[in-house]
Design a protein around this ligand. Sequence first.
Ligand code: CA
Length: 418
Amino acid sequence: MALMKSWVGSANSADCPFPLNNLPYGVFSVDDGEARCGVAIGDMILDVTEAEAQGIVDLAGTPLFDVPYWNDLMEQGPAVWAALRDRLTTLLAEGAAERDEVEPLLVPMARATLHMPMAVSEYTDFYAGRNHAFNVGTMFRGPENALPPNWLHIPIGYNGRASSVVVSGTDIRRPWGQLKGPDDAMPRFVPCARFDIELEMGAIVGTPSEGPITVAEADANIFGYVLLNDWSARDIQAWEYQPLGPFQAKATATSISPWIVTKAALEPFRCDTPAREFELLDHLKDCGPMLYDIDLAVTMAPAGKPATTIARTNYKEMYYSAAQQLAHHTTSGCPMTPGDLLGSGTISGAEKSERGSLLELSWGGKEPITLDTGEIRSFIEDGDTLTLTGAARGDGYTIGFGDCTGTVLPALADPYKR
Ligand code: CA
């Protein structure tokens, strides 16, 4: 697929993350104004809330964008999703008949503050990148027991906290927690000393479901994707994770990128999941190319210093697709709702430079990394800014997500001081 040209000139360059081919959905405000729904085009945002108020966008005969989140559109289902994308494409395409009405509804992105694009109804995080699972399992249990026996048969996950999901740009406070190091006789309650990132993609469920759904149905129910950073307290995790999995180690915050890139925009980048050691049971089998070719990277910047790229990988490294994770999630009859967020699990490639967490990059702190600015890191230090980026590259265009970034603040001196 080639670049589709827009009358918004900045959208037409090959490296612009928001060409007409993308049209990602976000929520923005300007100055002290109210938060509104918008779609990114070039270096501008089209105010969709205002476009609807003026009757330029009218899809369901009922307002969908008079609220500062995209869940109402998600609930309408795939036919209305497609109708909106068609309408926005028509309005913003080169030579559009309605350019004069639409142009006053554009806001420079540089002037806008971006907010959470949806109300997160639920949040589940998976563990479905094979290299990551193998690396972490090797560090925690040795290479023979690295992958648990279930790993190659089901996408392992845990129920996370929707309340902890924050938009890119939100500062992250280093947590306190209970941990017990190898040399400690008794557990201690202290600030996390091994605070980490996890490079993930988040899939957003649009269409609700009640009972078990097939992988094909699950794929159809997914509305779009964001970048996702699952901030992780490794020392707290190591002490608490058995037998019920992570709890407080993952509850501080999860950051997402501000723009929901629709499944429609990613369609040209579909690719197959990797070869499988064991055939999956029928209800989890692939029903076509289920992953996407999306380049991913992580940068780290100490306070006041330039950023260093510390990892590069690709979403196609996943062993299970989001549709397979969603299908598995419903096997019990678990209901899924619009705005349900599914973290992919950390995405790591086979090479050392492709690892999506500091735990892996520094091999549990045994092999610290050196940044371009000379600083040495095993885990995150106070003031460090961690940023995830993602891009799918087409013929003369790029599909971007907007950065997923956060700066780590020092732990409180006393978390119980009132
Ligand atoms: Ca995770």
